[in-house]
Design a protein around this ligand. Structure first.
Ligand code: GAL
Length: 952
């Protein structure tokens, strides 16, 4: 057996690489090596091809692969997903002999005018460990999948054809440092290029552009390794010498809200580097994280890079879409979980305005299962590799104004190498605080950070009243630090719930400076069923022996970047202005830290049952940051029908990220409640009811099953929760998914029909007595349901409602109530009372693992129609409405949306309530005020048959 190469046994980060430096745009000659390469995959490292690096090697029999890309997504091997667990034995630094090894070859032509001298071969991302040969000469090897690696190639370049060979191993000792919760995907997944380095040119540049908020002065210092000439036309700097400093009176500062950039160039040795400079100062002072002297509030998300077809080989369009969607949804911050993103993403953050916590490519969470024994964070032998990662992060990204904090990594336990990483960041860049959530005592970080704390804990921390830590000195230090939630609001499946209550805490306590939702996008992989229907795969779908299922699908965006209801809810919760509408006036609170409201236009409308009767523009003088203003609002008299005033803040002019008119925030006020129901009465026909079960069978000409009491919902990922005591298993234990209905009494009298049933699961004395009182109201039927629990009910229940079934031809729904999207008790900030229409199919939210979804809250009435008529349902008080072509049980049983087969019925739930959603898939459960318990309850619905011709 041959000796394994050093990159498969060594804890060192690499050999023969150039020193890390800033990623800049330059006009130096460059050869882009993206595109088609020759490729061969060996199942084991020792099956690698001898001599494949030789220029004359015959690769004609090899396949091809696209670079950038992952080989598992191009037909070689298969993706695999684990969250915390390493998919190989925890036996550091060793990795399995079955170590898929990809061999890449390509030829490139050196242009005739290519300058002599130095050149670098640059890899922006290679997962995981690779060795490089140019024209048969071994240049070196590197690890650090999401970090730039550069090698000197000048002396090895030849006129004409050059042959580049790269051998990439899926596993290496460095894999122990890269246990982020994501798909294991390998290969050259970011660009490869050769860049000329002209003699005397700037190799590395560090722009320091500070802003003094007390004077409005900017101070610019540009450190370069060789003297260079700096030009910043807007600042009147023309070919001035580096480094400065140059003091600029009255500079416009950069912030996420006002991302002012100054274009600059730097020339030396015939090369021109293009820079975009943003003046800003980040300081932790007096217990607050400040930008330009002001406390900021993170309205953030954690972003992994993802494309459902290309994995982490994201495109320029993906990055732009992410930034645009974030801005459109009021997001102002990104934590680059858990590695530095493609460098171009940070250019977009600079330009569009997003604060970035730039995280080092480091996580060792799987050592948890070894009781953290051997954790690299605490093993000095790994220190060079860890410091190398930190340096490469800081050096590559140090010139981005958007990057306001460095993060050492994620979930890498504790140990002496972490403070050493922090020291590297602080020494090289005193201008940015350091973050690491795993430093529970905050001894070597500048902000106190936690993931998934409960609301109560955040409240305590906000009051500086959190429990003492062991060391009083450290305790005092931590108690004086600003607090951020580097992860909260786990966006897996339906939800998250409870975001509004977090936001209230962030607004109440200066110390609580906001947080970052976990996470931005579902990492589903686009696949097709045998019959060609598209779905998004998650863990286990590729036959992995060890996997963590759909825990990889916990984003605010679906994999194809369609916003989920969770994102719409987050947008409403974190809106930068709060609009409070009252009779005769509207109050606008500007919750931004820098910008006034002059970018916004305010409109109002008066809607009667969701139909606008009057509307207009509101004149709101610009409200300064953190200011409030109240302006008069015409308030029409209450009408016979329910009426609302709706005030919207929209963009006055197009921004780079959204067109003029884009909605930023909404406020509503209920002007009139509408009339009480008047029931004219009538004779109820016995024929409408099943004589045995007492259930309605027909409404007008429409066959109907039910309605009858329903307690069950297909458990959401949050119901199945990882954290605390998950509710769904308890629900099943209680039998709420299999209740039976026993008729207690059927009674006909002058008022109509009364059915009493006892609804209960087997094997328990728990039950609900349900009394259904039916009466006629002309053609319509009125049903009052009264529920009385029997027995010791102690747990929250999924829902208390009525389920009925209508013919499958029902295809359209129009309703007056909350909308347009899905809403649940604890995620209803985004629901606006109005009149909406949707097809039945579009009412479904296609979570990657089917579960309860698509609820519309606060529904006053809904009309459900098919080609030959339909039904109008009205609720008193309101009802929660779901309409779907399958049952809750079907949803429960399905693994992917493609498993859901439409039945010959449309199932309609008219619920009094559902329990909230919470965030227990990785965080706290439902807040007490949103839990639904079995308790005496009454609600009324009216069912009106609709002819095919009728429209409201
Ligand atoms: C956190 C972790 C994330 C992700 C999340 C659950 O503990 O930092 O990477 O795994 O949990 O989705």
């Amino acid at each position: 057996m041959s000796t394994p190469p050093p990159l498969l046994t060594s804890m060192s980060p690499g050999e023969n690489r150039r020193a890390p430096r800033a990623h800049v745009r330059s006009d130096a000659p460059r050869i882009q090596l993206d595109g088609s390469w020759r490729f061969s995959l060996a199942p084991r490292a020792d099956d690698a091809t001898d001599g494949f690096e030789a220029p004359g090697f015959d690769d004609d029999g090899w396949g091809t692969i696209e670079v950038p890309g992952h080989w598992q997504l191009q037909g070689h091997g298969r993706p695999a997903y684990t969250n915390v667990r390493y998919p190989f034995p925890v036996d550091p630094p060793f990795v399995p002999d079955e170590n898929p090894t990809g061999e890449y070859r390509r030829t490139f032509e050196l242009p005739g005018d290519w300058p002599d001298g130095d050149a670098v071969l640059r890899f922006l991302g290679v997962d995981s460990a690779f060795t490089v040969w140019l024209n048969g000469v071994e240049l070196g090897w590197s690890t650090g999948s999401r970090l730039t690696a550069e090698l000197d190639v000048g002396p090895h370049l030849r006129a004409g054809a050059n042959v580049l060979a790269v051998r990439v191993h899926q596993w290496s000792p460095a894999s122990y440092l890269e246990d982020q919760d994501m798909w294991w995907l390998s290969g050259l997944f970011r660009s490869v290029s050769v860049i000329s380095r002209p003699a005397g040119s700037v190799d590395d540049v560090f722009v320091h552009a500070d802003y003094d908020h007390t004077t409005g002065t900017g101070t610019l210092r540009v450190d370069t390794d060789v003297p260079a000439l700096l030009t910043v036309p807007e600042l009147g700097l023309e070919g001035v010498a580096t480094p400065g400093p140059y003091v600029v009176p009255a500079v416009e500062p950069w912030s996420a809200e006002q991302p002012r950039l100054y274009d600059a160039t730097l020339t030396a040795g015939g090369e021109t580097i293009t820079l975009r400079i943003g003046f800003r100062t980040v300081v932790v002072a007096d217990g607050l994280l400040t930008v330009n002297g002001r406390r900021i509030l993170f309205r953030g998300v954690n972003r992994h890079e993802w494309n459902p077809d290309r994995g982490r080989a994201v495109t320029a369009q993906d990055m732009l879409a992410d930034v645009t969607l974030m801005k459109q949804h009021n997001i102002n911050a990104v934590r680059t979980s858990h590695y530095p993103p493609h460098p171009d993403f940070l250019d977009l953050c600079d330009e569009y305005g997003l604060y970035v916590i730039d995280e080092c490519d480091y996580e060792t969470h799987g050592f948890l299962f070894a009781d953290w024994m051997g954790n690299p964070s605490d093993d000095l032998r790994w220190r060079p590799a860890l410091l190398d990662r930190m340096r490469r992060t800081v050096e590559r990204d140090k010139n981005h104004p958007s990057v306001i904090m460095w993060s050492l990594g994620n979930e890498a336990g504790s140990g002496q190498n972490l403070p050493a990483m922090s020291a590297v960041a602080h020494e090289r860049d005193p201008g940015r605080p350091v973050h690491y959530e795993g430093d529970w005592e905050s001894s070597y970080v500048d902000v106190y950070s936690r993931m998934y704390p409960t609301h109560d804990e955040v409240d305590e921390i906000g009051r500086h009243a959190e429990p003492l830590t062991a060391d009083p000195e450290l305790d005092a230090h931590r108690r004086g630090l600003p607090f951020v939630l580097c992860e909260y609001g786990h966006a897996m499946g339906t939800g998250p719930g409870g975001l509004l209550e977090y936001q209230e805490l962030f607004e109440r306590y200066p110390r609580c400076q906001g947080g970052f939702i976990w996470e931005w996008i579902d990492h589903g992989i686009r696949q097709r069923t045998a019959d060609g229907r598209e779905f998004f795969a998650y863990g286990g779908d590729f036959g992995e022996p060890l996997h963590d299922g759909n825990f990889v699908a916990d984003g605010l965006l679906f994999p194809d970047r369609r916003p989920s209801p969770g994102l719409v809810e987050y947008k409403a919760v974190i809106a930068p202005v709060r609009i409070t509408v009252e009779r005769g006036r509207v109050t606008v609170a500007n919750l931004q830290d820098f910008a006034d409201t002059s970018a916004l236009r305010f409109t109002w409308s008066h809607e009667v049952e969701g139909v606008a009767t009057q509307s207009g523009e509101l004149v709101v003088p610009p409200v300064p940051a953190h200011g409030t203003t109240t302006v008069p609002l015409p308030t029409p008299a209450a009408t016979a029908a329910e009426s609302w005033l709706t005030v919207r803040a929209v963009l006055g002019q197009a921004a780079a990220w959204a067109p003029a008119g884009h909605e930023v925030a909404v406020g509503q006020y209920q002007v009139g409640t509408g009339p009480a129901w008047s029931v004219t009465g009538g004779t109820l026909s016995r024929d409408l009811f099943d004589p045995h079960a007492g259930l309605l069978t027909r409404l007008g000409g429409l066959p109907v099953d039910g309605p009858r009491l329903d307690l069950w919902r297909a458990p959401t990922d949050n119901d199945l929760g990882m954290a605390g005591t998950p509710v769904a298993p308890r629900w099943r234990e209680l039998g709420l998914d299999r209740v039976t209905h026993r008729v207690v009494e059927q009674r006909w009298d002058a008022d109509g029909f009364t059915l009493r049933t006892r609804v209960a699961p087997a094997a328990t004395d728990l039950g609900l007595l349900a009394t259904y009182r039916w009466s006629a109201d002309g053609d319509a039927l009125v049903l009052t349901v009264e529920v009385v629990p029997e027995g010791p009910w102690t747990d929250p229940i999924p829902r208390l409602g009525l389920r009925m079934a209508l013919p499958a031809e029902i295809s359209e729904v129009e309703w007056f109530g909350g909308g347009p999207g899905e809403a649940y008790a604890d995620s209803a900030r985004s629901a606006v009372v109005g009149r909406y229409r949707s097809s039945v199919d579009d009412l479904q939210t296609p979570y990657l693992r089917p579960q309860e979804n698509g609820n519309r809250a606060g529904v006053r009435w809904a009309e459900l129609r098919g080609s030959s008529g339909g039904v109008r349902v009205e609720g008193r008080p309101t009802v929660e409405l779901t309409v779907r072509r399958w049952t809750s049980e079907d949803l429960d049983a399905a693994a992917h949306p493609t498993d859901l087969v439409p039945r010959d019925r449309v199932y309609v739930n008219l619920d009094l309530a559902q329990t909230g959603l919470g965030s227990a898939s990785c965080g706290p459960g439902v807040l007490p005020q949103y839990e639904l318990y079995a308790s005496p309850a009454t609600w009324t619905v009216r069912l009106v048959p609709l002819d095919a011709s009728e429209r409201s």
